[in-house]
Every structure is written in C-alpha cells, then in structure tokens.
Design a protein around this ligand. Structure first.
Ligand code: FES
Length: 475
C-alpha cells in the first residue's frame, strides 16, 4: 500500500539531530502543518528547527487526497446552527484565506507541485440540505451556487459548488518548502520539559515549542484524548477512469470523494472509527464501487488515511495548555488537513510573534461549551469500553483456533495475547494492550495491524508503532 504521492515523488532524507542545540522555536512534526508553520516563522525572522520522527510528509500528509478547499462538507449551515453566525463566518473565512495563501505562496515561490485551481462540490440526495447550505454560505460571504449536473457517475439530488478552490501534489509542495528550512529527520521526540525538547538523538532548548504531530502525544496537561478520536478512510488511484474538472465529496454515509491527479481519478470512501474494522473488506468494497462507476478503470495505487475528529468538529490551534504558555498545538483537522494546516501555520506564527489574529478565539484549544459535555461523555464511554474489554471480556479464540492469514486476541494460559498467523502458519504474538492509556487493541484484517478503538493508535503485526498518540510499540 503506497499512496500516489509517495509513488510519484521522493527525496533524500535529511540528517538526524546530533547533540544539543538552541532555537527560538522547535516545531515537532514534519507534516504539512509543521512545515508550513516553520516556513511562516522563518519569514518572520524567527530561528526555527523542525524535528521529525521519520521523514517529512511521511505521516498523514502522504496519505491525503490533497484538496485545498474551504468547503468542509455542508459545514456552513451546520456551524451557524451549532456555533452561531460569527464563529461560522470566521471559520469559513479563515479557510478561504488559507486557500488564497496557498495560491499566492505557490506563485511567489514558484513551487512546482502540480497545482491547479478547481471548483469544489458537496453532493447530496437531499435537495433541501443543498439549498440551505448555499444560503448559509452566501450569508458567510462565499459565492456558492447549486449545481444539478455533475460529471461524476453517482446519484444525487444536487450539489453545492464553491468556486476557485485548488488541488496539488502535497509532497512536492512541502519538499520545496523544506529546502528553505532547518529540519532534522529520524529524530523522535521522547519528552518535553518546559523549554527543553528531548529526542532520541539529542535535545533542543527552545523559547517556544509547537506540537504538530497529528495527534498530540503529551497526555497531561491538555488531555486532548478526551476530546478527539481518529477515523480511517480509504483511497484508490484509478487509471483509465476518464477526467474530472472538479473535486467532489458526498454528504451522506456511504458516499464518495473524487478528484483528478494526472491521469488518475482518486476515489475515496469507507470511513470508520479507527479500531472498528474487525471484518475488513473496505478496499474490496471500494474497488467494487469503482468497477461499477468506472468499468474501464484499473487500480494503480491504494492506501488509507487517518483523521483526527474533535467533539465539536473544529480543530484545536493555539496554546497547548494554560500550564505551559510557551507550548503550542495544531490538531483535529478532520478531512480538511490542507486548508487547516495553512490556517494553523498563519495563526501560530501570529501567536508566537505577538501579532493579533482575528481567528485565535474560535480555534483556541481551551474553548469549552456546555454543549460539548455529551461529546466528552461519548469519547469517555468509548475509552471505558476499551478498558472494560481488556479486563472483563474473555476472548473466543485460542491460538490453535486462529486460521492462517488471520489475527485475533486469543485466550492463553498466560492471559490474553494478540496473535497473527501468516498464510504459511508462522505465528506473531504481541501484548494486545495499547501503551497510550491501556485499552485493548483490535485486529485490523485489512491492514494486518493492531488498532486502538479508544484514540486510534496503531501497531503492525510485529508490534511496531504505526500511528500515535502512543509513543512506543507493543511487546
Ligand atoms: Fe489511547 Fe490506545 S490510543 S488507549
């Protein structure tokens, strides 16, 4: 499984940190949000270093569909309803400004990243929802319109069109920005102590620290795990499927995402909470849908992505926690990582440089509304379920009963063991307890991984860490 972005572009890894250094700002995480934040800070004259555990863009940035858009589903009407017109206007405008910032940056820096302007559409079976969204978007200052004739082979009642959005190759883009930055790769951060960032190969003393690691890995303070979970979704790059001019996403469950890249149509869908893919079959289902929609197509690449979802569906961008005013965070972008990475970079640059930013309040991680209590309870409930399963549920499987090519938590005389049996019968055993906060892991047959239903950490069948917030693998 390799995304079309990784297949079509690569760069030589940069050096790892070696010893102790000082910087004005240390950015932890070399994904889109981290690299853009570092770039803006550098433009502001700040001495900034980026610390990346693996390679830049090697996390979720390489797995995105790379749509740059302020259209985040039917978000305008939903946000006006849940947060009021002012918050909704600020949210949409922050994202539209981000789209324009990409256009300007790519033009001014002359970045070769297969960028093209493109209209964005949300399609739906519900005409009323479409009409309501267009009205809401207009109230918020977006020139949205209703479209009844789309170029995609799906059924719909209509779509909302946002003109002048964009798409690009995300790795080519951050690769170009990286040339201007000081970046240490293969440098995993293990601990932060006030102004000191400790890594596996040295440390950085920094006035300010930005945590841009997709899901924040510091549990306390902040407790982001009480307010976020992660979801997985799947993408196919289809050749021979024709051409699309626009970018599309369906509003209802089971609908798809579409965009063009080069000779491929990128088809996405089948989203579910991480840790809840026990029967698998997501790629097969997506391939079946692709065959139906584009009978002549062939799958040239397929991959999956992981998104952080906050309880109020707005990201957390700003000061990490009151206890550490020199720490900052950017997380919870849902499916809209490209525009929200740019929003984060501009906002964090302003906060760090002491510049007033009109969007600071709506994205503040310390925001809290009484309306969010049910969401916090729901997230807590999922964690309790994961812990309860660990302590009270006896597995149905034994090592002997697991078929070759399958994995499961098995009951053994030593207690529960996570077992994966290869097609040839080789057995891999792990401790099926998540090192983040102790929930029981679930086998993901689609990707041969152990996934945590509580906050979305993932491990390969040998126990190596694939996705945080856990910081280490399992035994
Ligand atoms: Fe939090 Fe597993 S990711 S307990």
């Amino acid at each position: 499984m390799e995304s079309i972005w990784s297949k079509t572009w690569s760069r030589k890894k940069g050096p790892a940190l070696n010893g102790e250094i000082q910087a004005d700002v240390a950015v932890i995480g070399g994904g889109m949000a981290g690299i853009l934040t570092a770039w803006y800070l550098k433009q502001s004259g700040v001495q900034v270093v980026v610390l990346e555990a693996d390679r830049i863009g090697g996390g979720q940035t390489k797995n995105t569909t790379a749509k740059i858009t302020a259209q985040h589903g039917l978000f305008c009407s939903r946000l006006i309803e849940t947060k009021g017109e002012e918050v909704a206007r600020n949210y949409v405008q922050a994202n539209q400004t981000a789209v324009e910032a990409y256009k300007r940056m790519i033009r001014e820096e002359d970045i070769d990243c297969d960028f093209r302007e493109s209209d964005a559409y949300v399609y739906s079976q519900d005409e009323d929802k479409i009409r309501k969204e267009v009205e809401a978007a207009k109230i918020l200052g977006i020139h949205a319109s209703i479209e009844n004739h789309l170029e995609i082979p799906v059924s719909y009642a209509g779509a909302v069109r946002f003109p002048g959005q964009a798409e690009f190759h995300p790795l080519k883009f951050i690769g170009a920005l990286a040339l201007q930055l000081t970046i240490y790769e293969d440098t995993m951060v293990t601990e932060i102590q006030d102004h000191l960032v400790k890594t596996t190969c040295g440390s950085v003393k920094a006035d300010k620290i930005v945590i841009a690691t997709h899901f924040p890995f510091i549990n306390f303070p902040g407790m982001y795990f009480t307010r976020m979970h992660q979801e997985r979704s799947y993408v196919l790059a289809l050749s021979g499927a024709g051409k699309l001019n626009g970018m599309y996403i369906g509003n209802e469950q089971g609908m798809f995402s579409f965009r063009q890249y080069d000779q491929y149509i990128l088809l996405g869908g089948r989203a579910h909470r991480t840790g809840e893919n026990r029967t698998g079959g997501q790629y097969e289902a997506l391939k079946k849908s692709a065959k139906k929609m584009f009978p002549e197509s062939k799958v040239s690449a397929y991959w999956s992505n992981q998104d952080c979802v906050t309880i109020d569906h707005l990201p957390f961008i700003g000061r990490y926690a009151a206890k550490h005013p020199n720490w900052f965070v950017a997380t919870g972008f849902q499916k809209w990582g490209m525009s929200l990475s740019m929003v984060s970079a501009r906002l964090l640059n302003d906060l760090i440089c002491g510049i007033k930013n009109e969007y600071a309040e709506i994205f503040s991680p310390s925001r809290f509304s009484i309306k969010e209590i049910p969401g916090i309870m729901k997230e807590g409930g999922k964690a309790v379920k994961g812990l309860t399963k660990r302590f009270f549920q006896v597995p149905d499987e034994t090592i002997a009963s697991i078929e070759p090519g399958h994995g499961a938590v098995a009951d053994t005389p030593q207690g529960k063991v996570g077992v994966y049996k290869t097609e040839t019968g080789q057995i891999y055993q792990v401790d099926p307890i998540c090192p983040h906060l102790g929930c029981e892991l679930s086998w993901n047959p689609e990707e041969n991984s152990w996934d945590c239903p509580c906050h979305g950490s993932r491990f390969d069948y040998k126990g190596n860490l694939l996705n945080g917030p856990a910081q280490r693998g399992i035994r």
